[in-house]
Design a protein around this ligand. Structure first.
Ligand SMILES: Nc1ncnc2c1ncn2[C@@H]1O[C@H](COP(=O)(O)OP(=O)(O)OP(=O)(O)O)[C@@H](O)[C@H]1O
Length: 621
């Protein structure tokens, strides 16, 4: 090769940062470099196999995809090669000179600057190709893309720049050669390499070959199991196998919380291996982001992020679906509306439901962790998946007046604790936990020792709108419509009170005509002077606020103001003549009720002015 061909380029700044960090941090877990290289080789083979479905000339007559690992003691090198898709010159520049991969970016973002801690982090993340420099002081990559003639050699000592040159390369695919550092010669031992491959890469579905150990033999031997992990019988797999595969799949540094592995036979056959991660991704809220599940057809990788295989309310589930029945040339468009896909998805959802139910029953601590991470997404379920609403409802957890700290109460717990004559499951919605917990609407319920669920997640309004009942018990807001006999303060007879305070109510109705639909005597209040109530069939005040915030137009629904005539403020009001002072007090009463709901005042300055006038008058009295 003419040296004139050699081009020197600089790494992106972050790559330099990363490389420096890796080279200077020694740590116990550096053997992961091999896992990373084998994982890349396996991905490259998967991609070739997929591309060859459309154009089998890409295989160039060599369809036996495999990975070879070899140590050369004399040269001090370890080589990992594959006959996968390979890389073009531009791809080499893009992939091996920048930080393309989101996992590595996240890793960099999480660096603390403390070398010891950061070194541990690298071990957990595994930072892909660049981890070669943990054990090597010179790395070369020779590669030829399956549909190109010329090959490329990339070469670097990991200190800021790399060189590129065109090469002739007969075989398609990629060869990575590591010139080991003096302190990493242990990786020249074939036994050590075999051990690492079995430990981290046994689940890879391709053969990983190493030169035979037999004296004088030229043959290559398969080192790993080489059957895609999900195709293997459950009995033959250990937790470590599942965890290793999860890492390969997700690059999540944490072990998964749970998994379910099934081979389904019947009208159609497929395998499922689905994982619940331990931690929510940062973009969990994005309903479009379903990176979840990989689709294979008869062991051939078809696509990542097959969003049709999981509903949005399970978008955090990761894993593999391998169908025996879908066509190999299946596209995203076909997946959109395919009977087989619908039935696989239904089956997958049932398996995940079963997994979560089992975790809730038998591993309550893990379930609590799961709920903290993913509960809000599960709450989208009943609306989205009416067919499974009852089972999803069983998985829900809420805070309640009895257990206000954290979301731990299931609907089943609630129902089991209901008062003998209690008919409904009561809840209050608010935009914060404190607002819910201190809502005046709870007063009568507290007095009668009726538990109320405290709902303050944004999704809760959406949830209760689609969950009318659980085990035959209606879910009912404490802040909407009239209350039933079992819910009210028995000491109060509303009709009698309404009659007794007719005059006051009339005057309040007149004073607050613009603000409220009606002023009436409350049976909910014990200590507070007033509260707002929405109509039974209308939308709740909290939801009205949420919709407004989201920029949606909401019909102007005026609330009902309920007052507690026994409260001293009301007593005082009833003895007051109509006039400016009465109007101010009435308005303050209303504004307070809005505030207690967590609402926004239309005219906050007016509220302050009126309140101050009242206070000054009191002070001077
Ligand atoms: N053996 C290979 N054959 C073909 N392309 C490769 C090979 N090794 C690496 N690459 C390319 O280089 C890119 C960067 O590799 P790196 O290991 O740094 O991250 P990654 O494998 O992309 O991470 P992830 O596994 O999260 O996708 C890969 O995405 C791939 O496009």
């Amino acid at each position: 090769m003419a040296k004139a061909n050699v081009e020197t380029r600089h790494f992106e700044a972050e790559v330099q940062q990363l490389l420096k960090l890796m080279i200077h941090s020694l740590y116990s877990n550096r053997e992961i470099f091999l896992r990373e290289l084998v994982s890349n080789a396996s991905d490259a083979c998967d991609r070739l196999r997929f591309a060859a479905l459309k154009d089998d000339t890409l295989l160039e007559g060599d369809g036996e995809l495999e990975i070879r690992v070899e140590a050369d003691k004399d040269a001090g090198t370890v080589t990992v090669s594959d006959n996968g898709i390979g890389m073009s010159r531009q791809e080499v520049i893009d992939n091996l000179g920048t930080i393309a991969r989101s996992g590595t970016r996240r890793f960099l973002d999480s660096l603390s600057g403390d070398q010891k801690k950061d070194a541990q982090l690298i071990g957990q993340f595994g930072v892909g190709f660049y981890s070669s420099f943990i054990v090597a002081d010179q790395v070369s990559v020779e590669t030829r893309r399956a549909d190109e003639k010329a090959g490329v050699r990339w070469s670097s000592d990991g200190t800021g720049s790399y060189t590129l040159e065109e090469i002739e390369r007969e075989s398609r695919g990629t060869t990575v050669t590591l010139q080991l550092r003096d302190d990493a010669v242990e990786f020249l031992e074939p036994a050590r390499l075999r051990h690492i491959i079995r430990r981290y890469s046994d689940h890879i579905g391709l053969p990983i070959l190493m030169p035979s150990e037999k004296e004088g033999s030229e043959a290559w031997e398969k080192v790993n199991e080489a059957a895609a992990l999900w195709t293997r019988p459950k009995e033959s797999l250990k937790d470590e196998d599942y965890q290793g595969f999860y890492q390969h799949l997700s690059h999540d540094p944490e072990a998964p919380l749970a998994w379910t592995h099934n081979h389904v036979e019947g009208r159609q056959s497929y395998s499922l291996l689905l994982y619940i991660p331990s931690r929510a991704p940062f973009d969990l809220w994005d309903r479009e982001r379903r990176r979840g599940v990989r689709l294979y057809v008869r062991r051939v990788f078809i696509m990542d992020e097959a969003e049709q295989l999981m509903p949005a309310w399970l978008r955090f589930v990761r894993g593999v679906v391998d169908s025996d029945d879908l066509p190999l040339n299946v596209s995203r468009e076909i997946l959109q509306d395919n009977r087989l896909v619908r039935s696989i998805r239904a089956g997958a959802v049932k398996k995940v439901l079963g997994l979560l139910e089992d975790m809730a029953r038998n591993r309550p601590e893990d379930y609590a962790r799961f709920w903290d991470e993913f509960g809000q997404v599960i709450k989208e379920g009943p609306a989205e998946d009416p067919e499974n609403a009852e089972r999803i409802a069983g998985l829900l957890r809420f805070a309640s007046t009895r257990h206000p700290d954290g979301q731990t109460v299931s609907l089943k717990d609630y129902v089991d604790r209901m008062q003998p004559d209690q008919k409904a499951i009561y809840y209050v919605t608010a935009d914060s936990h404190a607002t819910a917990l201190n809502s005046p609407h709870l007063e009568a319920f507290r007095k009668k020792d009726i538990e109320v669920l405290l709902l303050s997640d944004r999704v809760d309004e959406w949830l209760v709108a689609h969950l009318p009942e659980f085990e035959g018990k209606t879910l009912k807001s404490v802040a909407q419509g009239d209350l039933d006999a079992d819910e009210v303060d028995d000491d109060k007879d509303a009709e009698q009170q309404a009659e007794a305070h007719k005059d006051l109510l009339e005057r309040l109705n007149k004073a607050l005509d613009e603000q409220v639909k009606e002023v009436r005597v409350s049976r909910r209040l014990v200590d507070s002077p007033a509260c707002l109530v929405a109509e039974q069939d209308g939308i709740s005040l909290n939801l009205q606020r949420l919709l407004k915030e989201a920029g949606q137009s909401v019909p102007e629904l005026r609330p009902i103001l309920e007052v507690n005539p026994d409260h001293p403020l009301l007593t005082r009001l009833s003895s007051m003549d109509e006039g400016e002072t009465f109007a101010d007090w009435a308005r303050v009463l209303f504004d307070q009720a809005v505030l207690a709901e967590g609402g926004q005042l239309d005219d906050p300055a007016g509220f302050v002015r009126r309140l101050n006038t009242m206070l000054v008058r009191e002070a001077n009295a």
